[in-house]
Design a protein around this ligand. Structure first.
Ligand code: THU
Length: 384
């Protein structure tokens, strides 16, 4: 049973990276050096010391960490206040955990004041969490397990009784090194990376976790997500356990449409000059995969955007259940999937999977997959 949640903060609960970088840029400006975002990137998530000193090293500068740290504390709130830092689902998950009697620790390499400041900016009181372990409380930073071990000791729990929430390779390693299962969000790293370094569960963000009010309810959700449940559903030839959706529908839809337009922009269609973008939302993970059409001199060998998105999803997850499919084009009415694509989609969709067609002019049509292809061919041995 999972009895505690151990949260990394930056990139998991709060979107603070850009704020830290903005303050960092101001700081280096104050010592007469123009720093850019890229200078900070490889020094994130490892505590404030590395954030400043690593970046200074990269800039060939010698600075006083103490001065930088004071500057950071003095300027952080001013910049952070201007932005909504709370990430989707963070507050709800903490509130649900409270209700369920699940202990909550924040295990952040950041200084303690910043953790409390972020909680405040997220609209959470210090009492909404049970314990804060900060970078100053441990000698060794992530990927060492110390910060998570300290929380386990404080709660009197074994590693497998606490679920770690992380967003970086170092953080996932820290959680695994402490013997905990790790749930990674894909705010900072992508899903393949997260799985490859040992994450047990990968979700797009915390709002993918449905509401619960008891420890048992969360345990069932956890079993679903980590693939040890008996609720698996057959999609094509693969069993997957669908996430119960999760983000509000509008949010999933907005992200998928955005991803489809991004791919649309990359369409390789020098022959037809007709660009198509597609995005599929994976039922197992909530993750979004996109694709564009790719033509070639032998027209018939063209790959449509929908099939491109689907094969990308399979390459990442090994199997696929289509929760939602978005197709975007500069067509009026917006183009539906072609018949070849419909057959391929049929392999991975359920009759009630959502298909959303969007045009550049802003028209949007929503269908259930069964409306577009009521009678797909299903191979005899695959029929129910
Ligand atoms: N196309 C798609 O990408 N998806 C569809 O379902 C309809 C057609 C592309 C293929 C080709 O590159 C162009 O649109 C014109 O047929």
């Amino acid at each position: 049973m999972i009895k505690a949640f151990l949260f990394d903060m930056d990139g998991v609960l709060a979107d603070t990276e850009d704020i830290s970088i903005a303050v960092g840029i101001e700081y280096f400006g104050s010592v007469g050096r123009k720093a850019e975002k890229s200078h900070f990137e490889s020094h994130l998530g490892m505590g404030e010391y590395e954030f400043f000193m690593g970046t200074a090293r990269e800039l060939g500068l010698s600075i006083s960490y103490k001065d930088a740290s004071i500057f950071f504390k003095d300027h952080y709130e001013d910049i952070a206040k201007k932005k909504k830092i709370v990430l989707p689902g963070a507050v709800e998950l903490i509130q649900n955990a409270r209700k369920a009697g699940i202990k909550i620790a924040i295990c952040s390499s950041a200084p303690e004041w910043k953790v409390y400041k972020n909680l405040e900016l997220m609209g959470l009181s210090p009492e909404s969490v049970d314990y804060v372990v900060s970078g100053a409380d441990v000698k060794r930073s992530k990927p060492n397990p110390d910060i998570y071990q300290l929380a386990l000791i404080r709660f009197g729990l074994a590693g497998d009784e606490a679920l770690v929430f992380e967003d970086t390779v170092g953080g996932i390693n820290a959680g695994k090194n402490a013997g905990c299962p790790v749930c990674s969000v894909t705010n900072t790293i992508n899903s393949e990376k997260a799985f490859s370094v040992g994450a047990d569960i990968v979700i797009s963000d915390l709002s993918a976790i449905p509401a619960f009010s008891t420890m048992e309810e969360f345990w069932n959700i956890y079993k679903d997500y980590s693939g040890i449940s008996s609720d698996a559903v057959l999609y094509g030839a693969g069993y997957i356990t669908p996430l119960k959706r999760k983000l509000p529908d509008v949010y999933v839809e907005k992200n998928a449409i955005e991803a489809a337009w991004k791919a649309w922009d990359n369409a390789y269609s020098p022959y037809s000059k007709f660009k198509v973008g597609a995005a599929v939302v994976s039922a197992a993970t909530g993750r979004i995969y996109s694709g564009c059409n790719v033509e070639n001199s032998s027209y018939g060998a063209t790959i449509c955007a929908e099939r491109n998105a689907i094969t990308t999803a399979i390459a990442a997850e090994g199997k696929l259940g289509i929760d939602m499919l978005v197709v975007v084009s500069d067509d009026d009415p917006p183009a539906p999937p072609c018949a070849v694509c419909l057959q391929v989609i049929a392999e991975f969709a359920k009759p009630d999977s959502e298909v959303i067609l969007v045009s550049l002019a802003g028209k949007k049509y929503k269908y259930k997959f069964s409306e577009l292809l009521p009678k797909p061919f299903v191979f005899p041995t695959m029929r129910n």
